[in-house]
Design a binder for this molecule. Sequence first.
Ligand code: AGP
Length: 607
Amino acid sequence: MCGIIGYTGKSPCKNILLSGLYALEYRGYDSAGMALLDNKGFTIIKSRGEVSRLEEKMRAFHAPESSCGIAHTRWATHGEPGERNAHPHVVGKTALVHNGIIENFKEIHELLLSKGYVFASETDTEAAAALIDLYYSETGEPLSALSLACEKLCGSFAFAVMFEDREGELYGVRVGSPLLIGAGDGESLLASDTAAFPANIDRYIAMEDGGISRIFRDGFQLFDMSLSEIKANEQPLTQISRNTHKDGYEHFMRKEIHEEAAAVLKTLAAYIKNGLPDFSASGVDTSILKRLSSLHIAACGTAMHAGLFAKFLIEKFLRIPVFAEVASEFRYKEPIFEENTALLVISQSGETADTLAALRLAKERGIYSIAVVNVPSSSIAREADAVIYTHAGREVSVASTKAYTVQTALLSLFALHLGLLRGNICESEAQKFCFSLSRELPEKIDEVIAREDEVRALCLSLSQKESAFFIGRGVDAHICAEGALKLKEVSYINAQAYPAGELKHGTISLICKGLPVIAVSTQLSTAEKTAANIREVAARGADVYLVAPADFPQDGAKYIFSLPKATEPLLPILAATVTQLLAYHAALLRGCNVDKPRNLAKSVTVE
Ligand code: AGP
């Protein structure tokens, strides 16, 4: 979603801010803008569309050489994505960029209209800028103005703020949306993400939720909302945390699919000791795991599909009920928590607003929480009782690929760990499965990727269609759900996933000549049943694309991708990689912007 970058320091900052905006592009946006502050006041430049358009505009306009500024990529929520609504918003002496949503902005609007403020945009952000300005004009003190404004604002937001008569100072506010401080030698920054910090910045601080920061050239101060100063927890900024290079690949999505084997290897190595699962690094309380009589899972999108995959395995290994629910529903449904239960949340970014809200709800109810997260120091990672990190490295493409593959591999290991802990699985069985996951799986993923041309060939026909179905049974139904999401997301082909047996209860009426049906069949126990469903749709003219081991029934399939020979529980994960490549190549053949699909944001920090 929206991206924030702010700079104060020894150097002219417009190019630093522009590079930051380019690095934040992956989050998804539809307009961009910058405010520069020097002794003549603010200079504001905004543009609809890409950051490159903002850059062109700045060149044509000869933007001043200021060394203090804030910039923003906006993903429209309130008002169309034009220049008028783009950030920064300037009201009086206050310039502000914002990530998140001000829920009570109408009420704030009314209040400010009565005080004589007029508004130039349709945004909630401008109301926040005006409120801060009101308090700044009353108190003459930035921290008090921000704290008073935050008392009145409801919602989730991160702000970077400048005051016209305080050149060289930036202010940050974090309430529910992430904001980081980058610390360097004679320069300091604020950003939504470490990716936006220049290479010479070697330390960062994740602001506390409910915190305000004052940033100078030579340092920064952190405060809570009552303006008591708080201690900073500085962290080193590693190459991994800021790596946003394509390393010779045309797209991040392809690069990230190609990184899957290495990411699985690295992640599982962190949780296997002496050939057996060992989650002690996560701080998870084993005594709670031993007592579990049920488990809840909440997540969104792709992470939810990894959650459904985990549900399947945990129910199979543990024979306890697992309730998986999208976080946006979970948080509003008054979930029923049984005794001896826990909540597992899954999130690549660790910042997804709904997933974070689900976690907070469970915590309020005294439920033990475990998070599977890829981004260290993210909100979810900081708030969960235990954190199991995926070490997938930075995922830039909006479409999640390697994060999902690593989540499914890691959750398989976690399910195994639970099974072993509770005596449902014996040590030798566990050892074998650990070996398959950590050694065999990366090898087989690379085998699949080496056959990328075969997948691309399948896409020549698929890419010309406007809709498709995915069918599979059991765990394969979850792989299908993720395959369909990926195809929709990046190629805009309307893809729907169904448990294969469900199709004839209605949806089969849509099957017609040439309609693509992607069938995933990886489990021997359901192979014949899925084969029957394939024959049913083929008989009605569908073009069936089968993803299955070579020795599974193939009647009715027009196109086949034979999965490599592998231990059965690994096959669904391999099939997922195939469907990711399918989505990637279909999108490419359709001329879509693969890494930045329309309307989507990488990290959904508003509900
Ligand atoms: C995946 O391709 C999506 N872009 C999206 O569904 C994503 O998985 C979802 O928004 C959850 O994100 P998270 O993993 O960062 O919580």
